[in-house]
Design a protein around this ligand. Structure first.
Ligand code: ATP
Ligand code: MG
Length: 546
């Protein structure tokens, strides 16, 4: 995993060569604790942790909790569980809010250097004077307040003398800068809001663009990896650290393209709305692109890490086909889960020439690709269930499964011929009267005879009834090509499974033969009722680009 190289690694290797940070590499994953992590975060997690590992460095988990309004510590546990589940361990666990004192000191330093001023403009006035991409901004009339006055006003802001929005602290940079982020950006604002960590100690809070570089610098981060939308903020990141002047070798911000995936959304805010509105059944709903949702759906950490590795790290935004994620999952599950027979919409088969009181235990391989995974014994007797899709009374051409007069192979058992269809009063199929050819038992000479169709089956006497939850994508394109919620993203069915499925425990994964990969749902499975999530089908529609 750590073998591949991307442009971020190239930058780090140059820095190691020049000794910019000595031999040190320190990265961080900095979530804002305002929601559950999603697969976009997984990309950032994989990148930060594997990059540090690759160079013998370390990676911290830092909560970016400088915005008191939106944050909720409820999310902290889930974030830590998710990072660990993905297979990573952080060096230190840190809180940006622990640096509020130091950030305040940094702001005072800027004021003393004449590089920050208290501005009485409202948010609207600041916006109105900011200019545009083609027109420079106008300097605030408060820009030339003396250092003494600024120090006094900033302290009063801190002491709670002013209401929210009455004053802000702004960096004094350049209102004519072509980069709007550099036009005297706000670095502190007043918010009389309690903070989960610092309580009511503060009523002023630092803005992200001021806080983030200082957080990185305090921790000694060498390479601060973030997403592309912060590229235009990098001059401000560098300006803050240079202007404060406390750190001789400040961290280097590096941007990469954020992950987008088809048929889903990648924004905590939007995902939270879905949870709050009840569109989905919680943050860990198996349809959600959250790590918790993917985990419950049946994704493995290995498959997600493999996906993050395969999509690579780019400098340009793009949208990845969800089919690639599914294909990574299939590749992983293919060689690690056992096969089980399950039939849905079952149809009863009675083998009229099979002895009434006989049951055979027939061996079936657990995983066709991995012989070392051995085999299990399946009971086979006179009454069986087959899948509703494996029988047609009036089949079209090229239908090779069971139909009246046709013979098929029952996988691992015998060749079976359908002789008669018994109907219910309403005309539906009640059962199929069939005969078996005793000379065709699986593994024997007679089983070499050619037959076109192979289907699977479950012994009726020992079958276990299971519930199955089938998922479609959370979002689908409407006629204008816009993504909208898919009203049919969940459907339930039921089926009969072979007896071993009665022992399935929450989290156990299987391949249901000829159907797909399934996991016993961790929320709904009980000792008495087994509920399976369909993880993914067997076949991929995804074409790997050659
Ligand atoms: P959201 O918009 O979903 O809330 P965010 O960027 O605000 O995402 P943070 O908690 O601030 O979420 O992000 C923590 C880290 O994860 C950041 O470094 C951020 O750049 C990264 N990250 C978030 N979303 C993605 C994504 N889709 N692809 C790659 N990295 C991401
Ligand atoms: Mg954010």
């Amino acid at each position: 995993m750590a073998e591949s190289k991307n442009f971020i690694h190239n930058i780090i290797e140059k820095d190691l060569e020049s000794g910019k940070y000595g031999d040190k590499v320190l990265t961080r994953f900095p979530p804002e604790p305002n929601g559950y992590l999603h697969i976009g975060h997984a990309k950032s997690i994989c990148l930060n942790f594997t990059t540090a590992m690759k160079y013998g460095g370390k990676c911290n988990l830092r909560y970016d909790d400088t915005n008191p309004v939106k944050e909720d510590v409820e999310y902290v546990d889930s974030i830590e569980e998710d990072v660990r589940w993905l297979g990573f361990s952080w060096d230190k666990r840190l809180w940006a809010s622990d640096y509020f004192d130091e950030m305040y000191e940094c702001a005072v330093t800027l004021i003393k250097k004449g590089l920050a001023f208290v501005c009485d403009f409202s948010g609207d006035e600041i916006r109105a004077n900011r200019g545009t991409l083609t027109v420079p901004g106008k300097e605030s009339p408060y820009r030339n307040r003396s250092v003494e006055e600024n120090l006094k006003l900033f302290e009063e802001m801190k002491e709670g003398k002013y209401a929210d929005g009455e004053k802000v602290l702004r960096a004094k940079i350049d209102m004519a800068s072509p980069n709007i982020n550099m036009r005297d950006p706000v670095i502190y604002r007043i918010a009389h809001v309690e903070h989960h960590n610092t309580g009511n100690k503060w009523c002023i809070y630092p803005m992200y663009d001021f806080a983030h570089p200082i957080e990185d610098a305090i921790e000694g981060v060498t390479h601060s990896i973030c997403t592309l939308e912060f590229e235009d903020h990098r001059p401000l990141y560098d300006w803050v650290l240079q202007a404060v002047g406390k750190w001789p070798t400040p961290p280097q911000q590096i941007e990469f393209a954020r992950l987008n995936i088809t048929n889903t959304v990648m924004s905590k805010r939007y995902l939270k709305a879905m949870v709050d509105e009840g569109t989905v059944d919680g943050w860990d709903d198996p349809r959600m692109p959250t790590i918790a949702g993917l985990r419950r759906r049946g994704y493995t950490p290995e498959s997600i890490r493999d996906f993050c590795e395969r999509i690579g790290v780019a400098k340009a935004n793009s949208t990845v086909d969800v089919a690639l994620l599914e294909s990574c999952l299939r590749d992983d599950l293919k060689t690690r889960v056992e096969s089980r027979n399950v039939v849905e919409n079952p149809i009863k088969v009675i083998i009229t020439n099979y002895p009434e009181d006989m049951t055979e235990e027939l061996p079936l391989e657990n995983n066709r690709e991995v012989p070392e995974m051995g085999e299990r014994k399946l009971p086979f007797s006179r009454e069986l269930w087959i899948d509703g899709d494996d029988f047609m009374e009036n089949p079209p051409k090229k239908y090779f499964r069971l139909f009246p007069g046709n013979e098929v192979r029952f996988k691992g058992a015998y060749f079976i011929t359908c002789n008669e269809v018994v109907k219910n009063e309403d005309g539906s199929v009640k059962e199929l009267l069939c005969t078996y050819d005793p000379t065709t038992r699986s593994g024997s000479e007679g089983a070499n005879r050619k037959v076109k169709g192979t289907i699977h089956w479950v012994d009726a006497a020992t079958a276990v009834k299971i519930r199955i939850r089938n998922y479609d994508y959370l979002m689908v394109e409407d006629e204008n090509g816009e993504y909208v919620n898919n009203p049919e993203s969940l459907s339930e069915s039921w089926g009969y499974g072979e007896p071993l499925l009665g022992e399935a425990e929450a989290g156990d994964r299987y391949q249901f033969f000829r159907k797909g990969y399934y996991i016993a749902d961790s929320g709904l499975t009980t000792a008495d009722e087994k509920v399976f999530n369909k993880i993914v089908g067997l076949k991929s529609s995804f074409k790997v680009k050659k």
